[in-house]
Design a protein around this ligand. Structure first.
Ligand code: ATP
Ligand code: MN
Length: 469
């Protein structure tokens, strides 16, 4: 009888008991090699499909045992043929007895950075080209992927339309002046007008343009035509803040819904976060146990709590009262009219409620022009969702749908309605109450994995002074 044709299989699948007895081909990278006195080598092999490795047993009868197998080093790539069998060792269901081991690409042990010892996350950032091969970053990449799938599933199942909003824009949605400029003008030779100002008529787009800070305004265009939409794309903010939760380039999910008022918006945000959390708990068990063991021992309990709890909803005004009465020493003192700092957000969600909190009805003075003004004329229909450790994870609002109020708000904030003529038109023609929010993808990944720094939950972080890779 001839040998069965080997079946190409992932490490993840080879680790399942139903692979036992199969003749397989594995492709991946070597994590470690251990030679036993009994004339065998144990190869821990990983291909990124799961946190756990497959253990390959290479017997010394292999023709290249001495010339190749015993010289394999961490990081090299290899192909293995063999048979999956029940493992006699602890901690794994299966192992593979090799009939053939091929070295594909060697990794010089003198210089390969990811040796067995553990490296700090700071150090690993310098090796962003190799860090996905480490346990932590492999697990982050898989969880991040699962979250993205969950995001699309959630909205698609509810009939939301996925819309692509532009990356290059001439409007500043947040009005916060944290924009990256996009230009083809030569910095060494900027054309000037007779009044000394930059002559943008010579620039590519015939006007100043920037990388988008949010797709919301364009999202509203589609929501007020197609009902329920969401965007999911990169967003850029030139905030010169070196914090553990800010990036200069991050991914944002922004649903926008016609006929939704603030309460509908909160309900959607809560269901959305719970769905993501539940999907990760269901489908990323091995990775999540790793995070819980190695990164943050509260992570699983927090996620179960989020999936099961009802989010607390309190007004900004009530939140300020709680903070003022808390007797807590804050670095930034707090009073009505101030924007909350991370420390205040965390106090509310970690200490006061020990659950996610939705704050709503913020002072109009600290919020952008597009948020709907309440009858009290002091607050706007804004909402932020706060979660333990991370603080603000979602920011959203019911939008101002009244033409006259919107124009007045723009003027108050020094914006010219003419520059936003198309946005204002949405209130002129068939205006409807509508709402939406923005969820920062990296903040969710950070929250779910427990990773302390946002730079370690995106493949290639962009922060002040860092844009290598
Ligand atoms: P923060 O107050 O935390 O700086 P923000 O109020 O400026 O955030 P929004 O404009 O409301 O943020 O953006 C919506 C969401 O995008 C936030 O809730 C957050 O999840 C995410 N986000 C905002 N800025 C950043 C950033 N620099 N890096 C990563 N995520 C961000
Ligand atoms: Mn916000």
């Amino acid at each position: 009888m001839s040998e069965p044709i080997p079946q190409l299989i992932s490490v993840s699948n080879a680790r399942q008991p139903n692979a036992i007895g199969h003749h397989v081909e594995l492709r991946g990278w070597l994590r470690t090699r251990r030679d036993s006195k009994a004339g065998l080598s144990f190869l821990e092999m990983n291909d990124g499909t799961s946190l756990g490795n497959i253990q390959v047993i290479a017997p010394n009868e292999l023709p290249n045992y001495e010339s190749v197998v015993q010289r394999l080093t961490a990081g090299c790539s290899l192909r293995v043929y063999g048979t999956v069998q029940e493992s006699r060792g602890q901690g794994q269901a299966t192992e593979v007895v090799a009939t053939q081991v091929e070295l594909i690409g060697p990794a010089d042990p003198e210089t390969y950075p990811l040796q067995k010892k553990r490296h700090s996350f700071e150090k690993l950032r310098e090796w962003a080209h190799l860090r996905p091969r480490s346990n932590t970053f492999g697990a982050v990449a898989r969880v991040r992927n699962r979250i993205c799938r969950s995001i699309h599933d959630f909205f698609q199942e509810l009939g939301f339309l996925y819309v692509h909003t532009p990356i290059i824009t001439s409007s500043d949605c947040e009005g916060a002046g944290e924009l990256f400029r996009v230009t083809t003008l030569d910095p060494a030779n900027i054309p000037l007008r007779s009044d000394g100002q930059v002559d943008y008529s010579q620039d590519f787009f015939d006007r100043p343009t920037f990388l988008t800070v949010s797709g919301q305004l364009e999202g509203e265009i589609f929501a007020t035509a197609l009902g329920k939409i969401y965007t999911f794309g990169p967003t850029f903010r030139a905030e010169n803040s070196n914090t553990s939760r800010h990036l200069a380039e991050f991914w944002m999910i922004e649903p926008e819904m016609a006929f939704y008022e603030l309460k509908d918006n909160m309900d959607l945000a809560e269901a959305f976060l719970k769905r993501i959390v539940q999907d990760v708990l269901d489908d990323c068990k091995e990775d999540m146990h790793f995070f819980n063991d190695r990164i943050d021992q509260t992570v699983l309990a927090t996620l179960h709590n989020v999936a099961e709890s009802t989010f607390h909803r309190i007004s900004y005004t009530d939140a300020i009262k709680i903070l003022e009465q808390s007797n807590q020493k804050f670095e930034y003192p707090i009073s009505w009219g101030c924007d909350l700092q991370a420390e205040h957000e965390r106090y509310l969600t970690e200490k006061e409620f020990n659950a996610p909190v939705v704050l709503f009805d913020y002072p109009k003075l600290i919020k952008p022009f597009y948020m709907r003004v309440n009858a009290d004329n002091h607050t706007v229909r804004a909402m932020d969702v706060l979660v333990p450790r991370v603080g603000e994870i979602i920011g959203g609002s019911q939008r101002e749908d009244r033409l006259d109020v919107l124009e007045a708000r723009m003027q108050e904030q020094g914006l010219l309605p003419e520059n936003y003529w198309w946005y204002v038109d949405l209130r002129r023609y068939g205006s409807v109450p509508h709402s939406g929010f923005g969820l920062g993808l990296e903040r969710v990944v950070q929250f779910i994995t427990g990773m302390p720094n946002i730079r370690d939950v995106i493949p290639f972080p962009r922060t002040p002074g860092n844009a290598e890779f």
